[in-house]
Design a protein around this ligand. Structure first.
Ligand SMILES: *Cc1c(COP(=O)(O)O)cnc(C)c1O
Length: 393
């Protein structure tokens, strides 16, 4: 399906026609587990894939179908898939692409549960998991080979904001026929479109910016139509069973409508907070791709059209100071997750990334003193005054 309309317009209108739905402005919510067949023959034809139609909502559903088309359009991909959670998207994709004795090369910094799935899940079934520092693509060049089926990374990475050059990694992977899978949760397709830079598959925790309101757990994947169909019929239908509920699809569709507005404000607020944190006594280091001091800023500028709403920082007193400051906050919420309207603060080593052992965290670049903020949509001055009183009190 080709569409020349702009990003915000597609986030609101793409693939939906009210006049096909009794004029309803908002797409109907198809709360149904199963679909009836006109005849027995029609049912078997739909099952065999010889006739178009839905038959059971673990495989497809019209509300999910709309969301799948919309996210595919926004990411510039052929097809999409809606899943129960970000983890369900990641695991359904990887169960489909990998078999025993295959190798997956991953960046050394990964979301905690993704790391756990690789380290304690896939590795148990004979998949070789290789952790590399992919911020330096020559590490990939040295290590990749014909046994490598998948190259997987996040950019910016959760929680330490490392940026991986999508274009360079995709070029190298292509030479060996390995698929590049990018977790685009932090950037969203508004700020980075990995498919346009050569990646094969993009996965999302739609729980975060795409849903955007902290009221849904959901996941999405996009890529070539044929591969997405394989993931639908194998990874999702049989391996994980992790399909999105139609109700959650409706919430993500609603979130997408304001994605560009929200991201613009997340970016503005985060840039201002990052600069203030950097200038603030007691803070030893701030990681935000928009800062002059951010080492990988040129790469961030190359592949992101904005620097996002996530900040990592470290305090002079390490973890103990971090805990003290988190406990003094009055408006900012102490909570995991990210991309919500509320500003959220958390401590990766003891929360989202506690799936790593202390030694693993050390070698994977997640320091114990690191604090992560998801800058929300409140007034900048209120976010800063809460942080400032907590740090300087
Ligand atoms: C939250 C998150 C996930 C997991 O998503 P869920 O929706 O919680 O399953 C995966 N990757 C990243 C980068 C995340 O932040």
């Amino acid at each position: 399906m080709t569409d020349v309309k702009g990003f915000s317009t597609r986030a609101i209108h793409y693939a939906y026609e009210p006049m096909d739905n009794e004029g309803a402005l908002t797409p109907p919510l198809h709360l149904t587990s199963t679909f009836s067949f006109e005849t027995a023959e029609a049912g078997s034809e739909i099952f065999a894939g010889d006739r178009k139609g839905h038959f059971y909502s673990r495989i497809s559903n019209p509300t999910l179908d709309l969301l799948e088309k919309r996210i595919a359009s926004l990411e510039g991909a052929e097809a999409g898939l809606a899943l129960a959670s970000g983890m369900s998207a990641i695991t359904s994709v990887l169960w489909t692409l990998l078999a025993p004795n295959d190798e997956i090369i991953v960046d050394k910094t990964l979301y905690g549960c993704t790391f756990s799935f690789l380290q304690h899940g896939l590795a148990k079934f004979g998949v070789k998991v290789t952790y590399l520092d992919l911020t330096n693509p020559s590490n990939l060049e040295e290590s990749i080979g014909p046994q490598t089926r998948v190259v997987y990374f996040e950019t910016p990475a959760n929680p330490n904001m490392r940026i991986v050059d999508i274009e360079k990694c995709a070029k190298l992977a292509k030479k060996y026929g390995a698929k590049v899978v990018v977790d685009n949760t932090y950037s969203t397709p508004y700020l980075t479109r990995p498919i346009e830079l050569g990646a094969d598959i993009v996965v999302h925790s739609a729980t975060k910016y795409l849903g955007g309101h902290g009221d849904v757990v959901a996941g999405l994947a996009v890529g070539e139509a044929e591969t997405m169909q394989q993931i639908r019929l194998y990874g999702m239908k049989d391996m994980t069973g992790g399909v999105m509920s139609p109700f959650n699809a409706m919430l993500v569709l609603r979130g997408l409508k304001t994605l560009t507005l929200r991201m613009d404000r997340h970016c503005l607020n985060a840039a201002s907070i990052a600069r203030k944190l950097e200038a603030c006594g007691g803070v030893s280091k701030v990681w935000y791709p928009g800062l002059e001091s951010f080492e990988q800023r040129p790469l961030a500028e190359k592949q992101m059209s904005g620097f996002g709403g996530m900040i990592a920082f470290e305090l002079e007193g390490g973890l103990e100071s971090g805990r003290r400051i988190m406990n003094k906050l009055k408006m900012i919420r102490r909570a995991v997750s990210l991309g919500d309207t509320e500003t959220l603060i958390q401590h990766p080593a003891s929360m989202t990334h506690c799936t790593y052992s202390p030694e693993e965290r050390l070698s994977h670049g997640i320091s114990d003193g690191l604090i992560r903020i998801s800058v929300g949509l409140e007034d900048q001055d209120d976010i800063w005054s809460d942080l400032n009183q907590a740090i300087n009190d």
